[in-house]
Design a protein around this ligand. Structure first.
Ligand SMILES: Nc1ncnc2c1ncn2[C@@H]1O[C@H](COP(=O)(O)OP(=O)(O)OP(=O)(O)O)[C@@H](O)[C@H]1O
Ligand SMILES: [Ca+2]
Length: 975
C-alpha cells in the first residue's frame, strides 16, 4: 500500500533536486495545512486510513512535508532554525495554564474576610475621626490601618508571585523531555542515514523523523513507517490499559502522550503542539488545582484551631471593652450628660482592636511557610541534582525509613569496560588481542555484537570524545571491538537489511536476540545474563572447532562466571545458532523461549567492570546513621551483586542475599519474615521490586525506590517516594516518579533525605516562633483590656508585628539550609506530632517570660521610667516602650527558635543562612525607624538611649533564659 519502497535511485534524485532547489530558495512553502494533517488522527474516525491513503501513506507524507524517511529534514533548514515549519505548522508546545500576574494576585489577597472587615472599620474610623473627633489628627489611625493593610496584601502578593514564578520555571524543566530524531547530516551527502540527534520534545517540528524505543513517550502525532516488536500503551487517550501492537501495515497511528512499552520504531511527525491529539486534550483541560501536602494539611488544621482561639479572645476583648464603654456611657447619661456622636468613636476603636487581634492570631503564615520552604528547597535541590516533580515528595523523603536502590548507574558509575573474558574456549585475565582467534568465529562474534545491539557512539562536542549512547553494557562490547579495530559500524550499515527479527532486551528476560537471514537459513545471535544463556547452550566454540558441552566443561564455565562475578564484574554470555529454513514452517513466529533461543553455541563470556561511585560508601554510611536502611535490588548476577553491595557497605556480615527467583516463589508470610534481614535482591525483575515495595509498606516503612526502566513504573508509583534516573531513566519511569535524580547518583538520594528533613524541621522552628508571638500578643491585649490599663499595642503596631511573624519569619526560618546533623537522627514516626515536648516547653517558658515583662512595664514602668500613665502623652510613651520591648523580645527569640531540639549552640550555622541574617537585621532597622519616625502614624514616640537600652536588654535576656529553660526536662521526639 502506501509504504511501498521507493527505489534508492529515485530517492537520491528527489533529494538532489530538492537540495538544488533549496540552495536558491531557502524559504519553503507547504501545500498542506496543519488542520488537514491533524484530521488524520481524529479519534474514532473510521475514515482515517482513507485520508492517509489519499496523501500517499508515509512516503507520500514525507514528500508533502519535504522531508525524507531515512535522512530526515534537510540540513539547509537548520540554519533557518526550522522557522518555516514552525511558522506553518506551529511549535510543539501546549497552552500553559494561565499565569496570574502580580495584580490579580494582589487583588486575591483582599478575599480574606478579616482584611475586608478591617478595611471597612478603618474607613468608618476615618470618617468618624475627621467628622466628630478632630479633623487635624482624626484621620491618622484610619489611614494608617489602610496603609498597613495595603502593605500586608502587597507582601503576601509578592510572595505568591515569587512562588508561582518558581513553580513555572520548575515545570518548564520538569516537562522538558528529550527524544531522538533523524535529521540530515551536516557534512556528507547521501551517506547512509541521517544523523540521530537527541533534542528537546519542544523542538520537534512537523516532518521530523522520530525514533522510538522502549520507554519513550510519543512526543507528537505521526505516522509509523518502521517498527520492530513495537507495543504502545495508549491508555492516556483511550483509557484502556492494554498493550497495543503497532505496525506500519495495521496500526500506524502514533498518538502524542502515549507510551512505548516495548520495541522500537520510527515515525514521521504530522501534528505538533495544539494540533496534536494530546494538545487538544490539554487545551480543554483546566489547570490542575494545587493539592496540599500532608504537612500543609497538618498545619492548616493547627492554624484553624489557633485562629478559633484568636477569634474567641478577640470577641472577649471586644466584649470587655464594650461593656466598659456601656458602663461609662450609662453613668454619663445618668449624670445628666447628653449622648454625643463622639461617644461612638470608642465603639469603632474596640471593633478595630478586635479584628486586629484576629488578623494577628490567624497564623496564615503557617501554610505559607511550608510553601516557601518547599519552593525554596525545590530550587536548591536542583543544584544538588534532585528534580522534585511532586512537592510533597520532598517532605516525605525526610521521613523515609528505607531505600531500595538499583545497582547499575546508581551505586556504580555506569562506565563499563570489558576487563576479562572467556573467548572461544580459553579464559583470559584481561582482554586479549584478537589476531590469535580463528577468523571465521571472530567474524561471527563481531557480527553478533554489531547486529545484536542498539548502542552507538556519538561524538560529544563538549567532551571532544566519543560517548556511548544507549545501553552501557553494549557500549562495553562495542569499545572492545573498537580496540580490536573491527569495523562494526560498516557491518551494521551493510548488513542491517539482513535482520529478520529482533527481540529487544528487557529486564524481565535479561537477554536480547537478533535473527538475520543467512544463506538458506537464519543466524540467531543471542546475548544476555550468563547463567541464563549458558543454560541454553549445547555446544561451544573451542579454538577452531565446535565441541559439545559436557558436564566437565559446563562446570568449568560456571567457575569462570563465578570467578569474574566474585570480583564484582558483570558477566554476559554471547552465543549463536544456525537454523535451516527447511526445518521450520515459519521459524520467525516460533516461541522464542522454546524454539528460537535453544540449542545455542557458546562464543564467549565477558566480564564487564563497572566501578562503584566514589561517594557511595560514605553515602550508604550516612543513610545508616540516619536510620535509613539501604537495600540493593538489581538485575545483575547474585555473586556480582553481593560483591558490589559489600563494597558499598550495603551487604554486611549476617545479612541476607537472595535471588529474585527464590523471592518470587515464597509465600507472603515467608517474605515478611525474611525482609527485615534482606540486603540484596539479585537477578530480580521489576515485578519483584514491586512486591518488595508493597511488603515494606505493609510493614509500616516509608519507602524510597529507584528505577530507570519502563517496567519499573509500577514500583515507582507504589513507593512513598519514587526516584527515577535522569540519565539512564526512560521517559515513562521519569513520569511515574516523584523525584528525578539528575546525575543518577545514590549520593543525591541521601541529600534529598537531608532536604526533606530540613523542610520539616524548618516548619517546626517557625511554628515555635509564631506560637510564642501569638500567645503573648493575644494575652497582653486581653489582659490589658480587662485590667483597664488601656491597650498597649495599637492596631497598626499589631499589623507590623503580624508582618514580622507571618511573612518575614517564614522566610527567615523556612530557608534554613540543611546540615549534616540532620542525618544523625532517626526518621520521625509517621504519626509524630508537630509539636514535641521540647517545643511546648520553649513556647510556654518564653511566653511566660514575655508576658511578665510586658505586664511588669505596664504596671511598674511608670515609676521606673518616671512617666505618669494618667497623662495621655506619657502613657503613649510608656506604651511605646512596651511595643518596642515586645518586638525586640520576638527578634531575639527568633534566634532561640533556630533549634527545636535541645541543642546547646543556637547560633550554630547562623552565617550560612544569609536570608535569616538579612531579615533579622532588616526587622531591627525598620523597628528603629518605626519607633523614631513612626510618629502619630504608628502611635510611637522617640525613645531615649536608656529606654532603648532597657528594651534591648529585656529582649536579649530571652537568649540566656533560653539556655536556662533548656534545663527544664522535656520530651523530644519519640524515636
Ligand atoms: N543490552 C543487553 N543485552 C543483553 N543482556 C543484557 C543487556 N544489558 C544487560 N544485560 C544482562 O541483563 C542483566 C541485568 O539486567 P537488568 O536490566 O535487569 O539490570 P540493570 O538494570 O542493568 O541493573 P540494576 O537493576 O542493578 O540497575 C545483566 O546482568 C546482563 O547480564
Ligand atoms: Ca497572622
Amino acid at each position: 500500500m502506501w509504504n511501498q519502497k521507493i527505489t534508492e535511485e529515485h530517492r537520491k534524485k528527489l533529494l538532489l533536486a530538492k537540495n538544488a532547489f533549496s540552495k536558491h530558495m531557502t524559504k519553503i512553502k507547504f501545500e498542506v495545512s496543519p488542520e488537514e494533517l491533524s484530521s488524520l488522527h481524529e479519534l474514532n474516525d473510521k475514515t482515517n486510513p482513507e485520508k492517509l491513503e489519499k496523501m500517499g501513506g508515509a512516503e507520500g507524507l514525507a514528500e508533502i512535508l519535504q522531508t525524507d524517511l531515512q535522512m530526515g529534514t534537510r540540513k539547509t533548514e537548520k540554519e533557518r532554525k526550522y522557522r518555516d515549519r514552525k511558522k506553518h505548522f506551529g511549535v510543539n508546545r501546549f497552552k500553559e495554564p494561565e499565569f496570574k500576574g502580580f495584580w490579580p494576585l494582589f487583588k486575591d489577597t483582599f478575599d480574606d474576610p478579616t482584611l475586608k472587615i478591617l478595611i471597612v472599620s478603618a474607613i468608618v474610623s476615618l470618617v468618624l475621626g475627621v467628622t466628630v473627633e478632630d479633623p487635624k489628627t482624626g484621620w491618622i489611625e484610619g489611614t494608617a490601618i489602610l496603609m498597613a493593610v495595603l502593605i500586608v496584601s502587597f507582601v503576601t502578593a509578592i510572595n505568591d508571585y515569587q512562588k508561582e514564578k518558581q513553580f513555572r520555571e520548575l515545570n518548564k524543566v520538569k516537562d522538558n523531555i528529550t527524544c531522538t530524531v533523524v535529521r540530515e547530516k551536516q557534512e556528507e551527502e547521501f551517506e547512509g542515514e541521517g544523523e540521530k540527534l537527541a533534542i528537546s520534545i519542544h523542538d520537534i517540528v512537523t516532518g521530523d523523523i522520530v525514533v522510538l524505543e522502549t520507554g519513550s513517550k510519543v512526543p507528537a502525532d505521526g505516522i509509523l513507517f518502521y517498527a520492530s516488536e513495537l507495543k504502545a500503551n495508549e491508555s492516556v487517550m483511550t483509557g484502556e490499559i492494554k498493550e497495543i501492537n503497532k505496525t506500519p501495515e495495521e496500526d500506524c497511528w502514533m498518538i502524542s502522550g502515549t507510551e512505548i512499552t516495548q520495541g522500537e520504531g520510527k515515525f514521521i511527525v504530522t501534528s505538533v503542539g495544539k494540533h496534536s491529539q494530546w494538545g487538544k486534550i490539554m487545551e480543554k483541560a483546566k489547570s490542575k488545582e494545587e493539592v496540599n501536602t500532608p504537612l500543609q494539611d497538618k498545619l492548616e488544621k493547627m492554624a484553624d484551631q489557633i485562629g478559633k482561639l484568636g477569634l474567641w479572645s478577640a470577641v472577649l476583648t471586644v466584649a470587655v471593652l464594650l461593656a466598659k464603654w456601656g458602663f461609662r456611657l450609662y453613668t454619663k447619661l445618668n449624670e445628666g450628660e447628653e449622648f454625643v456622636f463622639h461617644d461612638l468613636v470608642e465603639v469603632v476603636d474596640a471593633v478595630i482592636v478586635g479584628i486586629t487581634i484576629v488578623v494577628v492570631a490567624v497564623p496564615e503564615g503557617l501554610p505559607l511557610a511550608v510553601t516557601i520552604s518547599l519552593a525554596y528547597s525545590m530550587k536548591k535541590m536542583m543544584e544538588d541534582n534532585n528534580l522534585v516533580r511532586k512537592l510533597e515528595s520532598c517532605e516525605t523523603m525526610g521521613n523515609a525509613t528505607c531505600i531500595c536502590s538499583d545497582k547499575t548507574g546508581t551505586l556504580t558509575k555506569n562506565e563499563m569496560t570489558v576487563v576479562a573474558g572467556y573467548f572461544f574456549g580459553e579464559k583470559y585475565e584481561e582482554v586479549p588481542e584478537c589476531e590469535q582467534f580463528d577468523e571465521k568465529y571472530l567474524d561471527i562474534f563481531v557480527r553478533s555484537i554489531a547486529l545484536n545491539s542498539k548502542a552507538y557512539f556519538h561524538f560529544d562536542e563538549e567532551k571532544q570524545k566519543d560517548v556511548v549512547m544507549g545501553s552501557k553494557t553494549e557500549g562495553a562490547l562495542l569499545l572492545m571491538l573498537k580496540q580490536w579495530k573491527q569495523p562494526f559500524n560498516k557491518i551494521r550499515e551493510e548488513q542491517e537489511n539482513l535482520i529478520a527479527k529482533s527481540i529487544p532486551f528487557s529486564s524481565k528476560r535479561k537477554r536480547m536476540t537478533t535473527i538475520i537471514n543467512h544463506k538458506d537459513g537464519y543466524l540467531v545471535f543471542c546475548k544476555g545474563a550468563s547463567e541464563i544463556i549458558l543454560d541454553k547452550c549445547v555446544m561451544h566454540v573451542n579454538g577452531e572447532n565446535l565441541d559439545s558441552l559436557d558436564e566437565e566443561r559446563i562446570n568449568k564455565l560456571k567457575n569462570v562466571i563465578e570467578g569474574m562475578a566474585s570480583n564484582g564484574l558483570r558477566t554476559l554470555c554471547l552465543a549463536y545458532r544456525y537454523v535451516d529454513k527447511n526445518n521450520f514452517d515459519n521459524f520467525l513466529e516460533e516461541d522464542p523461549e522454546k524454539e528460537i533461543e535453544t540449542q545455542l553455541t557458546l562464543l564467549s563470556i565477558v566480564g564487564i567492570k563497572d566501578p562503584v561511585r566514589d561517594a557511595v560508601p560514605q553515602a550508604v554510611e550516612d543513610s545508616k546513621s540516619a536510620g535509613v536502611t539501604v537495600r540493593m535490588v538489581t538485575g545483575d548476577n547474585i555473586v556480582t551483586a553481593k560483591h558490589i553491595a559489600k563494597e558499598c557497605g550495603i551487604y554486611t556480615e549476617g545479612g541476607l542475599v537472595m535471588e529474585g527467583f527464590d523471592f518470587r516463589h515464597m509465600t507472603n508470610e515467608e517474605r515478611l519474615k525474611i525482609i527485615p534481614n534482606l540486603q540484596v535482591l539479585a537477578r530480580s525483575s521489576p515485578k519483584d521490586k514491586l512486591t518488595l515495595v508493597k511488603h515494606l509498606k505493609e510493614m509500616g516503612e516509608v519507602v524510597g525506590v529507584t528505577g530507570d526502566g519502563t517496567n519499573d513504573a509500577p514500583a515507582l508509583k507504589e513507593a512513598n517516594v519514587g526516584l527515577s534516573m535522569g540519565i539512564a531513566g526512560t521517559d515513562v519511569a521519569k513520569e511515574a516518579s516523584d523525584i528525578v535524580i539528575l546525575d543518577d547518583n545514590f549520593k543525591s538520594i541521601v541529600i534529598a533525605i537531608m532536604w526533606g528533613r530540613s523542610v520539616y524541621d524548618n516548619i517546626r522552628k517557625f511554628l515555635q516562633f509564631q506560637l510564642t508571638v501569638n500567645v503573648v500578643a493575644l494575652s497582653t491585649s486581653f489582659l490589658a483590656a480587662v485590667s483597664g490599663v488601656g491597650l498597649p499595642l495599637k492596631a497598626v503596631q499589631l499589623l507590623w508585628v503580624n508582618l514580622i511573624m507571618d511573612t518575614l519569619a517564614a522566610l527567615a526560618l523556612g530557608t534554613e539550609p540543611p546540615t549534616k546533623d540532620l542525618l544523625k537522627r532517626r526518621p520521625y514516626k509517621k504519626d509524630a506530632s508537630l509539636l514535641n515536648g521540647i517545643m511546648k516547653r520553649n513556647i510556654g517558658a518564653q511566653s511566660v517570660y514575655q508576658l511578665l515583662v510586658l505586664l511588669g512595664i505596664l504596671k511598674f514602668g511608670g515609676a521606673f521610667f518616671g512617666l505618669d500613665p494618667l497623662v495621655a502623652e506619657e502613657k503613649l510613651h510608656l506604651d511605646c516602650i512596651v511595643f518596642n520591648t515586645f518586638v525586640l523580645m520576638q527578634v531575639f527569640n527568633e534566634i532561640n527558635c533556630r533549634k527545636i531540639n535541645d541543642e546547646a549552640n543556637i547560633f550554630k550555622g547562623i552565617f550560612n543562612n544569609m536570608i535569616f541574617i538579612g531579615i533579622w537585621v532588616g526587622i531591627i532597622i525598620i523597628q528603629a525607624i518605626v519607633i523614631e519616625f513612626g510618629g502619630s502614624f504608628f502611635s510611637t514616640t522617640h525613645l531615649n538611649t536608656f529606654e532603648w537600652g532597657v528594651s534591648t536588654f529585656l529582649g536579649l535576656l530571652s537568649i540566656p533564659l533560653g539556655f536556662v529553660f533548656r534545663l527544664i526536662p522535656a520530651k523530644g521526639d519519640p524515636q
